[in-house]
Design a protein around this ligand. Structure first.
Ligand code: FMN
Length: 253
């Protein structure tokens, strides 16, 4: 039992302890950027304006009812309008609060939004295969680089899958959410980490439901090679690292 104890503590609220901590915010240390900065010389791709025209199943009851983790995909591409919609549904900015933090399509503890969305794109109409990052403020894609042997690398990242071997590489897109914990630690100190994990669950659930609404399916992936995915995405693995993945593709008939 003892080896579970520490892990179980992590699941509990530590607000009592947190209340007595002088956080970096209280100390007056500058707030970290609310989104990851990017090189202005980067290649940016405009995403189509988000429209409900892509939605074939507008019925929220049916989307919730029919959602399943989908590990078999058709060979169909996603169109750019659909990708734009999925990115908006998972991290899109829909407002600002009084202190200049982004409000998004997903709830998030203290609006700290510690996530960045990386995409390993296999089949999206008009987009070359490769690695991209979503820029939520601009609602654009940032092209990062092409990756040789993309599908083999996805296999290596997603390790031995317990249900359907090697399914992730057959998706149209693999979403990889990173976290930059300090965006939350600055405000919540030792309480940040549990919140971050809860927050990312909301993001992935919106991917499931928005995918369902366009005839696509998602499958969350918690079994992945941490070091390899961080290396591939060129993340330092400490200040920023991948926390969760999900494959998405059109459903098979
Ligand atoms: C945190 C988390 C991690 C998961 N990791 C994987 C995974 O690595 N591979 C996989 O095939 N499914 C994964 N799943 C999907 C679950 O296996 C699935 O949600 C569960 O079997 C229930 O099926 P349903 O989503 O179709 O209702 C994950 C789900 C969650 C929420």
């Amino acid at each position: 039992m003892t080896r579970f104890e520490q892990q179980r503590q992590f699941l509990k609220s530590n607000f009592h302890e947190f209340k007595h901590i002088k956080t970096d915010k209280i100390k007056g240390i500058t707030q970290p950027p609310i989104v990851k900065p990017f090189d202005p010389k980067s290649v940016l791709i405009d995403l189509p304006k988000v429209s409900k025209d892509v939605v074939s199943n507008e019925n929220i009851f049916n989307c919730i009812d029919q959602r399943r983790s989908t590990r078999f995909y058709s060979a169909d591409t996603l169109c750019l309008e659909e990708l734009s919609y999925l990115l908006w549904a998972t991290q899109g900015i829909t407002g600002m609060n009084k202190i200049g933090l982004t409000l998004r399509t997903v709830p998030c503890s203290g609006a700290t939004h510690t996530f960045e969305t990386y995409l390993m794109i296999m089949r999206v109409e008009g987009i070359q295969q490769g690695i991209y990052r979503y820029l939520p403020v601009e609602h654009k894609l940032l092209f990062m680089f092409e990756l040789d042997e993309l599908e083999q690398k996805i296999d290596a990242v997603t390790l031995d899958q317990p249900f359907v071997p090697n399914f992730a590489k057959k998706a149209a897109v693999l979403f990889a959410w990173s976290t930059t914990p300090y965006r939350s630690e600055w405000k919540y100190d030792i309480s940040a980490h549990k919140k971050i994990l809860i927050d990312v669950g909301h993001v992935c659930q919106n991917l499931y439901l928005s995918s369902e609404s366009i005839g696509a399916g998602a499958c969350a992936i918690g079994i992945y090679d941490q070091k390899l995915i961080d290396e591939i995405l060129r993340l330092d693995g400490d200040e920023e690292f991948v926390i969760y993945l999900s494959a998405v593709g059109k459903k098979r008939e």
